[in-house]
Design a protein around this ligand. Structure first.
Ligand SMILES: [Zn+2]
Length: 386
């Protein structure tokens, strides 16, 4: 079985930076001093940043809130729109040229959708917890502790969590919205960019206006869970997402090859409809170096989707989807990412706390060391008593 790394063609979110240097706003010669146009070297600790959650942004809203503390004095009382414009210019400046061109094209693509596609179910576009989630899930999240989470979550396999999450009505609305979007694309001959390199069908929800709602879903409903269940794996520092729909069945994708996600934490919720097959198969967690290695029987776990039920797992937990043999299966997938975890990972070489193979190799090394030491002790004892 070969393994592919599932990825989007998008850039990941650029790290915010507090440095000056290239940060001058274009055209800065026209107003203020050059110094006042640059970000501060040190943040204003007691500055209360505004929220950017309801904007459709190219970067995570939390990045804008964090960067606000570095704004030059003359920008602090600017309107949120002006602050957004200023900070976006800086963030874009940090993207390499190829990524900047790709980013520009993607923004034009999104703009074309947003100015032409009329949403079918407007109530989907703003987070409405009581209408979206089942009561037990909402209560566990508002109680916000491990006991409350454990009361609604099953862990059928280490590191794989399942729980009832979405209201049937929400699933129906989202399904009909995606169908409406696809009908619009077909009618207007608009070429849809698919969610990732493995799926030929499906749609990126962030691209047609659902980005702000999904950002809230991650921040307020998935982060609390991942802080508890995936704390060591980037789960406590999630700061961006990629939200999409995948579709399987006749005239859609059939199955999904073995892969890892471009995510620290993946939320996968079945929206319906009627279907047979389509089980998720998991085959152990792996670091980058060991991603193509064989799995052992203890790492094998299969999961059958249930409508409205969520699966939460680490993105490096290798998995795939078996063929949907009849009917039509649609899933909502939210890849949750942590730029801090990715940055730290670059400086680490020991992944034995989560990579199945690293763990086995480390144990083997320790076993060999113990064997050598006991052999050494034995022979010394032998010499002493000879
Ligand atoms: Zn490894």
């Amino acid at each position: 079985m070969s393994l592919r790394s599932e990825s989007t063609d998008r850039r990941s979110v650029a790290s915010p930076s507090s440095r000056g240097g290239k940060n001058a706003v274009p055209g800065s010669a026209n107003g203020g001093t050059a110094w006042s146009q640059r970000l501060r070297v040190n943040p204003i600790r007691d500055h209360v940043s505004e929220s950017y959650d309801e904007f459709e942004l190219d970067f995570s809203p939390s990045i804008f809130s964090s960067l606000e503390k570095y704004l030059p004095t003359n920008m602090l009382n600017a309107t949120r729109e002006d602050k957004l414009k200023y900070l976006t210019t800086i963030l874009l400046d940090y993207l390499p040229p190829a990524a900047r061109i790709r980013d520009q094209k993607h923004r034009e693509y999104k703009r074309a959708i947003l100015s032409n596609y009329q949403p079918l179910n407007k109530e989907l576009y703003a987070m409405n917890p009581t209408a979206f989630f089942v009561p037990a899930f909402l209560k566990a999240i508002s109680d916000n502790n491990e006991n409350s989470f454990r009361s609604i979550v099953s862990e059928p396999f280490p590191g794989i969590f399942t729980f009832d999450m979405l209201q049937p009505h929400f699933c129906e609305l989202l399904l009909s919205e995606v169908e409406s979007f696809e009908r619009w694309a077909l009618k207007t001959k608009f070429q849809i960019i698919r969610p990732n390199t493995l799926n030929k069908y499906g749609a990126v929800l962030d691209d047609f206006g659902l980005q702000a709602m999904l950002a809230k879903l991650m921040e307020n409903f998935i982060s609390p869970l991942s802080k508890v269940f995936f704390a060591e794996l980037g789960g406590s520092t999630l700061d961006s997402h990629h939200g999409f729909i995948v579709e399987y069945g006749k005239d859609r994708d059939i199955d999904l090859g073995f892969h890892v996600d471009d995510a620290e934490v993946t939320l996968n919720v079945c929206l319906g409809k009627q279907f047979c097959g389509g089980e998720l198969f998991f085959r152990g967690m792996r670091c980058d170096k060991h991603v193509h290695t064989e799995s052992i029987p203890e790492e094998i776990f299969d999961y059958s989707h249930v409508t409205g039920q969520a699966v939460l797992h680490h993105g490096r937990h290798r998995h795939g989807a078996r063929a949907t043999t009849s009917g039509h299966r649609v899933n909502l997938v939210l890849w949750c990412r942590s730029s801090a975890f990715r940055e730290l990972k670059r400086y680490k070489s020991d992944f034995s706390s989560w990579c199945g193979l690293c763990t086995r190799q480390k144990k083997e090394q320790q076993r060999k060391k113990i064997d050598t030491t006991s052999l050494d002790l034995f022979s010394r004892e032998g010499e002493a008593t000879a």
